[in-house]
Design a protein around this ligand. Structure first.
Ligand SMILES: [Fe+2]
Length: 418
C-alpha cells in the first residue's frame, strides 16, 4: 500500500514537473515584419510565447511533413513574464498554403497551423480581410470573453489577414493583458496575420513621461510589425494598406503635444508613402487605418487629428479610411476637402470623388455612444448597442464590405468601385 502511494505521489510530481517544463508553446500569431513591397507574398513572421528558454524553431513546409526549419529569436519579456520567440520565414512562394508548428524539441511544439501567402504584388485576384478594433479587456470583457465571441465569428470567413484599429488591450503596460489577448485570438491569428494600430489604451498616456504616446516595451516583445514601427504600410495584391498611430489624440491635443505635426518625421513618412503608392500602377486601392476617427460623432472627434491627416487623405485620394475608438459602427458619405459629396445609393459608392470613412469598433470594449444621425455625412450608425466586426472582400476594382454584430447578423453592407 505504502509502495503504491509513493508511486502515485511520484507519478503526480512527475506529471506536474512535465507540464511545467514541457508546456506547449502558446499565443502563436502571424504578422508581416518586412517593409519590402512584396513582403506579404514571400515572407511570414511567427511569434509565440513559451515558459522556458530553449532553441525556438519553426518547422514548416508546403505539406504536412514540415521539411523546412527556421531558427527563432527569443527573449524573456519582463512584462509578459514569458519567453517570446519570433521567426521570419523568407523566400516563400506567392499564393501558396504553408503548414507550420513552432516551439522546440526540448520544450514541445505548438499544434500545427497553416497560412496562405499573398498573390504576387499587383495581382487583382480576390482576397478577404477581417476588420475589427477595440478588443480591450474592460470590466465586461475581463477574460476577453466578448472578444472570443468575435473570434469565433471571424473564423467563419476565409480571411487572409486582419486589420485592427487599436485599443488592442485595456492597458498596454500590463503583460497579462497581452497574454490574454493573444491566447484568445490564437485560433484566428495563428492562421491570418494580425496587423493592428495602437490606440490610446495601448500607449503611455502620462504626458510627463519620455515615452508619452509610445507603446510600452512589451508591445515590441509581442508584436513584430513592418520594420517594428507603429506607423507602417504593406501591400496585399492590388491594395496598399497604411497603418498610423494616433497616440493619445485628445489628451495630446489638449497638451499641444500631437503626433503627425506637418514636417514631423512621421508626417513626412506618411506623405512619402501615400505619394509613392498613388503613383504605383500596381496599386488600385489605398486603405488607411488608425484608432481615432477622422470623421465621427461626438466625443471621439479630435479636431487636431483631423486637421493634420485629412489634407493628406484628400491630396493622395485615399479610398477608404477605417478607425475605431468609438464603440459603434458608423459609415459616412464620401468626403473631400471637408465637403460632404452627394450619394444616390446608400449601399453603393460608384467611383466616388471623395474618401469613404468608417468607424468599426468594438470587438470587446463595451458598445456605447449611440448618436450622430444628424451629421450631414452620416449614412449609417447603430441604433442599438452591439459589438461589431467586418469582412472586407477586395477583387480588382471592387471592394465589398459587410458588417456583422456579435451574433453574426449582418448590420450593414456596401460596395465601393472604381
Ligand atoms: Fe480609444
Amino acid at each position: 500500500m505504502i509502495k503504491k502511494n509513493v508511486f502515485l505521489v511520484l507519478s503526480i510530481v512527475t506529471t506536474l514537473f512535465s507540464v511545467q517544463v514541457f508546456a506547449q508553446p502558446q499565443q502563436a500569431h502571424l504578422s508581416w515584419n518586412s517593409i519590402k513591397k512584396d513582403a506579404t507574398s514571400n515572407t511570414m513572421t511567427i511569434t509565440w510565447a513559451d515558459n522556458n528558454h530553449n532553441k525556438g524553431l519553426v518547422k514548416y513546409g508546403i505539406d504536412q511533413r514540415l521539411t523546412k526549419t527556421e531558427t527563432a529569436t527569443g527573449k524573456y519579456s519582463d512584462t509578459a513574464k514569458n519567453y517570446i520567440y519570433h521567426a521570419t520565414l523568407k523566400g516563400l512562394q506567392p499564393n501558396t498554403k504553408y503548414y507550420y508548428k513552432c516551439g522546440s524539441s526540448e520544450g514541445g511544439w505548438s499544434e500545427q497551423f497553416s497560412f496562405t501567402t499573398a498573390p504576387p504584388f499587383g495581382s487583382k485576384s480576390k482576397f478577404v480581410v477581417g476588420v475589427w478594433g477595440d478588443t480591450q479587456d474592460n470590466e465586461f470583457n475581463e477574460q476577453f470573453q466578448k472578444t472570443a465571441v468575435i473570434v469565433q465569428q471571424l473564423k467563419k470567413s476565409p480571411i487572409q489577414f486582419m486589420v485592427h484599429m487599436g485599443d488592442i488591450v485595456d492597458n498596454g503596460s500590463v503583460g497579462k493583458k497581452w497574454n490574454g489577448l493573444f491566447t484568445t485570438i490564437q485560433s484566428v491569428a495563428a492562421y491570418a496575420p494580425f496587423m493592428p494600430v495602437t490606440g490610446n489604451h495601448d500607449v503611455d498616456n502620462d504626458s510627463a513621461s519620455k515615452g508619452y504616446q509610445k507603446p510600452f516595451p512589451v508591445f515590441y516583445d509581442v508584436l513584430h510589425l513592418p520594420a517594428n514601427n507603429i506607423d507602417y504600410s504593406y501591400n496585399y495584391g492590388n491594395t496598399h494598406f497604411v497603418a498610423i498611430s494616433s497616440g493619445h489624440a485628445k489628451g495630446a491635443e489638449a497638451a499641444g503635444n500631437f503626433t503627425f505635426a506637418p514636417g514631423s518625421p512621421e508626417y513626412r513618412w506618411l506623405e512619402d508613402d501615400l505619394a509613392k503608392a498613388r503613383a504605383d500602377k500596381n496599386i488600385t486601392w489605398i486603405i488607411l487605418y488608425m484608432h481615432h476617427p477622422l470623421y465621427s460623432f461626438g466625443w471621439s472627434h479630435v479636431t487636431g487629428w483631423q486637421n493634420r491627416i485629412t489634407p493628406l487623405v484628400d491630396k493622395y485620394k485615399v479610398d477608404l479610411c477605417l478607425a475605431g475608438h468609438r464603440h459603434v459602427y458608423e459609415r459616412h458619405k464620401p468626403i473631400r476637402n471637408n465637403e460632404v459629396l452627394p450619394q444616390t445609393d446608400d449601399h453603393v459608392y460608384q467611383k466616388p470623388a471623395g474618401t469613404v470613412y468608417i468607424t468599426n469598433g468594438t470587438a470587446g470594449g463595451s458598445p456605447q455612444g449611440l448618436g450622430g444621425k444628424d451629421m450631414p455625412s452620416m449614412i449609417f450608425t447603430n441604433t442599438v448597442k452591439e459589438y461589431n466586426y467586418a469582412i472586407m472582400t477586395i477583387e480588382g476594382n471592387t471592394i465589398s464590405y459587410n458588417v456583422y454584430n456579435q451574433d453574426g447578423k449582418k448590420i450593414d453592407y456596401f460596395t465601393l468601385t472604381k
